[in-house]
Design a protein around this ligand. Structure first.
Ligand SMILES: Cc1ncc(COP(=O)(O)O)c(C=O)c1O
Length: 441
């Protein structure tokens, strides 16, 4: 039985002056309640009640080196001792830009920002400036941050959860109250992984469409991989029709490979947006891409702003994280993938053993586990048939077993995880699946 008395009283205390009691709305969804961390090291996190967890939430993705990685911490501390942010330029920005251009196959040049949301805002702006067109094609089930001009169709964003692909073709629902409906007038919302719909829409609206933005893998809704040839078609059509192709690699950048999903898949988009894993847990993001698009920033024709952009702490964190990941020819990627293959395979075996229908979609060091009566989940509409309540209950029960999960089903692994953590996790899953059908949710 999980004791969370200290977390409970802190949550009550927090709600008094901190709106919502949490600093990002998504964190409120944790069951039985948002927990309070006391400290974390490697693959383990300890809460304020002294419970210790193997962590697969990993700060919602960025902690690819685990918590409090020695090299990363030392680099951050060394940078801090020289001052945090200058409002002037410094070597860290140059070094990081050079390194990103070296590693990312699509990058001629880069721009630095603070969050994935800001990187996406900049990428869309560059695309509109370059093409002189205004519409943006995006896909149901993808997430590109919470700015008004793109926020819609995100599972967990409330209003949009119930919108099917068919409905979405006629209405682009706001993702939140308080969002101007007009801000989505430029959005064309399409089902993902449907080549025919993509081709007919792009051909018939080519004169208005500035950009297509897509996650390379639909990590935010089921970790669904692109059908063979789908991203290639996206590349080919956008090139032919004068449309900017943006891959949103905020999750997949530095997670699926050093050069992200576009390296792994051998696709060259015009722009990529990168965040999360790039900073190892410190706020930093980037837009990288073709010189002919990035040049609009040179003359400030496209404004790219942000008080803390490229600050010394953030660039030191990104440089240290990327260099750690690059060691031994990037061997940590193979290790993380092997660990996650053993975990996802083990989970499938346990689902079968307990006669619980479910699917685990894995690619590289990330997977999505869901309870669903289907053999495969390859599109957003099928993903929406999952039993989200059952999974939230599962994640809650896993806490009592010492495993911290994201309540929506997405699991991350870090370089700090070991096979022993995976083995311990599988034993915990076995026990929890054994009680899941009796659990009330
Ligand atoms: C694919 C994708 N793009 C953009 C974002 C927004 O990033 P941030 O939360 O850093 O603003 C996210 C966040 O989860 C994401 O998954």
């Amino acid at each position: 039985m999980l004791t969370i008395e200290h977390s409970k009283s802190k949550y009550e205390q927090a709600k008094k002056h901190l709106a919502g009691g949490v600093a990002s709305s998504l964190r409120a969804s944790m069951k039985p309640m948002p927990l309070y961390a006391e400290s974390a090291q490697g693959a383990r996190l300890r809460d304020v009640d002294g419970n210790e967890y193997i962590d697969y939430l990993l700060g919602f993705g960025p902690l690819i080196l685990g918590h409090a990685n020695e090299e990363l911490t030392n680099s951050i501390l060394a940078a801090m001792r020289k001052g945090y942010t200058y409002g002037l330029q410094h070597d860290g920005e140059i070094e990081l830009a050079d390194l990103l251009v070296d590693i990312l196959p699509c990058a001629d040049r880069v721009a630095l920002s603070g969050s994935g949301t800001e990187a996406v805002m900049l990428a869309l702006r560059l695309a509109r400036a370059h093409t002189g067109k205004h519409k943006i094609v995006r896909f149901t089930g993808h997430y590109h941050g919470w700015s008004d001009s793109i926020f819609t169709s995100f599972p967990g964003a409330g209003l949009s959860e119930s919108v099917t692909s068919e409905e979405a073709s006629s209405v682009v629902p706001p993702g939140t109250m308080g969002q101007s409906v007009n801000s989505l007038n430029d959005i064309i919302l399409l089902p993902w992984n449907d080549p025919d719909v993509l081709e007919s829409t792009l051909r018939s609206h080519a004169s208005e469409i500035a950009a297509v933005i897509s996650e390379p893998v639909m990590c935010n809704s089921g970790c669904i991989v692109p059908k063979p040839g789908y991203l290639e078609l996206m590349r080919q059509l956008t090139e032919e029709l004068g449309i900017v192709f943006i891959l949103d690699e905020v999750i997949t950048g530095f997670r699926l490979a050093q050069g992200g999903a576009h390296e792994r898949f051998g696709i060259k988009p015009d722009l990529v947006t990168i965040g999360k894993a790039m900073g190892g847990g410190i706020a930093i993001s980037a837009v990288a891409g073709k010189a002919e698009l990035m040049k609009y920033i040179d003359t400030s024709a496209v404004s790219h702003l942000g008080t803390l952009n490229g600050n010394g702490v953030a660039t030191a964190a990104a440089l240290a994280t990327i260099r750690e990941l690059a060691k031994n020819n990037g061997s940590s990627y193979r290790r993380m993938e092997e660990l996650l293959v053993s975990l996802s395979t083990g989970i499938r075996v346990l689902l079968h053993k307990h006669n619980i229908p479910g699917v685990v979609n894995q690619i590289g060091p990330v997977f999505h586990m869901m309870f669903i009566n289907e053999h495969e989940v390859n599109d957003f509409d099928t993903f929406n048939k999952r039993d989200a309540g059952k999974y939230a209950k599962f994640a809650e029960l896993m806490l009592s077993e010492g495993v911290l999960l994201r309540p929506n089903g997405l699991w991350y692994v870090s370089t700090a995880h070991e096979q022993a953590d995976i083995d311990e996790t599988l034993l915990a899953i076995d026990r929890v699946l054994g009680q899941l059908d009796e659990a009330v949710y």
